[in-house]
Design a protein around this ligand. Structure first.
Ligand SMILES: Nc1nc2c(c(=O)[nH]1)N[C@H]1C(S)=C(S)[C@@H](COP(=O)(O)O)O[C@H]1N2
Ligand SMILES: [Mo]
Length: 198
């Protein structure tokens, strides 16, 4: 299976592979605002709504049947650790967006998690191949505490932009702030500019 390596995306941000103020860790720490929500494959549902032509909901098997790929990505947590070379398998944001048809008036996106998490990005920041909805890490099902069965990854941003336990995506016609963005974390979250707090 071929792996798309996007660990060089730091070049676009005129930075080093390890963003300023970060240290590399071999471990994969777990960071959640609360506990790990429980889920079942039978009732899991993912919804796409808002400024789209075809609002759609997916069962877990329908979602995993979407065209998928594996990418090698780095992961940067705003609290200061980075984990290199994670292999994530899933569907890219642009692929999902094409499927539902994004309306011309869509400008922003809100991601929702089953733990009542939310996080926002501009549509342009989402329409990148490395923004993915992933269900495998390093060839294994994504562990529950890392957001399984499906989470979002945003290697061009601090990792709070990637919702674990993702339950859906809303396309917005104006900006709204997510959980941490309302509580003082940066809305733009570029690790190479150290955009940690707003
Ligand atoms: N649904 C949800 N997603 C979330 C969080 C959360 O609490 N709930 N925490 C965020 C934060 S602050 C980080 S650093 C990463 C941590 O991912 P990890 O636990 O897999 O390391 O998930 C992000 N996504
Ligand atoms: Mo974080």
């Amino acid at each position: 299976m071929s792996v798309r390596d996007v660990t060089d995306l730091y070049e676009e941000f005129d930075g080093e592979r390890l963003p300023p103020g970060q240290r590399e860790t071999e471990r994969f720490p777990v960071l959640s605002k609360g506990g790990t929500p429980s889920w079942s494959a039978d009732t899991w549902e993912f919804e796409v709504w808002g400024a789209v032509d075809d609002p759609t909901s997916f069962s877990l098997s329908e979602f995993r049947d979407l065209p998928s790929e594996t990418q090698r990505q780095d992961f940067h947590c705003v609290t200061g650790w980075s984990r290199f070379d994670n292999e994530f398998t899933g569907v890219t944001f642009p692929t999902l967006a094409d499927l539902v048809g994004v309306r011309d008036d869509a400008s922003h996106v809100m991601f929702y998690g089953f733990d009542d998490y939310t996080t926002d990005l501009t549509l342009a920041e989402c329409m990148r191949e490395e923004v993915m909805f992933v269900w495998e890490l390093d060839g294994e099902p994504l562990p529950d505490d890392h957001g399984g069965p499906v989470r979002v990854v945003t290697p061009h941003k601090y990792a709070y932009k990637g919702s674990k336990w993702v339950s859906g995506v809303e396309f917005l016609t104006e900006k709204e702030l997510g959980y941490w963005e309302k509580r003082g974390y940066s809305d733009t979250a570029n690790p190479w500019n150290e955009e940690r707090y707003s």
